[in-house]
Design a binder for this molecule. Structure first.
Ligand SMILES: *Cc1c(COP(=O)(O)O)cnc(C)c1O
Length: 400
């Protein structure tokens, strides 16, 4: 039996029609599909990789492995010649398994364990970030001869998943750290990095960040230290429930800011995670039950906060496409919004009260236990966050 879903014109603007079609075809061919499962559209993934960095002259792309570290997915990226940004020995082990050469690996985690630094160094990785004296001392000891870049703080306003509070330093401190590294002559300070916040819907963040980085470049230049690399981190957004600027639109902005601020020749590193895999993935989930509690309508899915949709607690709002098992009701023009749409709370399967994905979701459908629900743009920060809490499985992944 071919399954039908309530797909609206708006859905088709959020998600690529080809990606959706591929997932629907797969679902039809697999009537006994075990859910939850993350379906990845290989072509969309490849298309994202190909667009990344295109409009930024002299740039290199390092995929942030934490967004989705599935080994088959990493293999596809490796074969396309993409570099990787990693933060742990576990991520390094994955890349070693794939024989990713060390010059394709950087680490932008400002606080690294000595073990991690040593394994990177032994493998031949050259680029390391720092934002503290303590980190410089570790690099001096365990990664002599490495190239270092300093992480500065930049505004994360308007990013739906801010990252600014944990890492980074202000310009004076950053300058002191670079001078310190330079004096040691064991670490060559070569650049500056920042992160504008993940799912950054405010391009002005890049403007402020690039301007701030340029001031640090100038301070260093005046002190006789020539910086060569600007690592602009990640943050490129994807469309969840709002239409976000695409890679080209973001890069048009970034490249104009770069051209305005930097007239000299520098190399740009980009570390995208979300915008490489996010919109290539559709989570297929199943309704395991519905309930009415007081005046609230509840839907329980087999995927929730703990086994895949962790970002929902930080404010990422997903789109839900419901299977339609009843014949589609005719639309009556006179019907009001509130006749057609009912308000639902969408929850995950576990017994923890934190496991509520979203409240006040208006749904024009009649959700029933056993129906499938598609959750588009779920390729990034889902599986990599997932746990088997309460015995609920981590979604499988299938690259189509
Ligand atoms: C998480 C992270 C990224 C990737 O960010 P996205 O918003 O997914 O593009 C890049 N660089 C660093 C240092 C990160 O921590």
């Amino acid at each position: 039996m071919v399954k039908k879903f309530k797909i609206s014109d708006f859905h088709k603007r959020i998600i690529s029609k080809k990606t959706l079609f591929k997932a629907l075809t797969y679902i039809d061919k697999n009537p006994d599909l075990e859910t939850p499962i993350l379906l990845i559209d290989r072509e969309k993934l490849i298309q994202n990789v190909k667009s990344m960095g295109n409009l930024i002259p002299n740039s290199r792309v390092f995929y942030a492995v934490k967004a989705n570290s599935d080994i088959e997915l990493l293999k596809i990226l490796k074969n396309m010649g993409v570099g990787f940004e990693i933060a742990s020995s576990g991520e390094l082990d994955l890349l070693k398994k794939l024989k990713v050469p060390p010059d394709k690996i950087i680490t932008s985690n400002p606080v690294k364990s000595p073990d991690f630094i040593q394994s990177l160094y032994k493998y031949g990785v050259k680029y390391f970030v720092f934002d503290s004296i303590s980190e410089i001392e570790k690099l001096e000891k365990w990664a002599p001869g490495c190239f270092g870049y300093v992480r500065i703080t930049v505004p994360n306003e308007g990013s739906e998943w801010p990252l600014s509070k944990k890492f980074g330093v202000e310009l004076d401190m950053a300058f002191n750290l670079i001078k310190r590294a330079n004096e040691l002559k064991i670490i060559s300070p070569v650049g500056v990095t920042f992160h504008v916040g993940s799912q950054c819907l405010n391009p002005y963040n890049w403007y402020i960040a690039i301007d701030k980085a340029k001031r640090l470049f100038d301070m260093c230049f005046d002190a006789g230290i020539k910086m060569k690399i600007l690592n602009i981190g990640g943050g490129y957004p994807i469309s969840y429930t709002k239409i976000a600027p695409n890679i080209r639109e973001i890069e048009e902005k970034i490249s104009s800011y770069l051209a305005e601020k930097f007239n000299d020749h520098i190399e740009i590193f980009i570390e995208p995670g979300r915008a490489i895999v996010g919109d290539a993935g559709i989570m297929v989930s199943k309704i395991i039950g519905t309930a009415k509690r007081d005046h609230e309508n509840w839907i329980y899915l087999d995927v929730g906060i703990f086994n895949g949709l962790m970002e929902a607690i930080g404010g990422i709002k997903y789109l839900y496409i419901f299977e339609q098992t009843n014949p589609l009701k005719e639309k009556h023009n006179k019907e009001s919004f509130f006749d057609r749409y009912k308000k639902w709370t969408i929850a995950g399967p576990s017994c923890d009260s934190m496991d509520v994905i979203e409240k006040n979701v208006y749904i024009d459908a009649d959700p029933k236990s056993g129906q499938l629900v598609l959750i588009p743009s779920a390729g990034a920060y889902t599986l990599s966050y997932a746990s088997e809490f309460n015995g609920f499985p981590i979604p499988k992944i299938e690259i189509l």
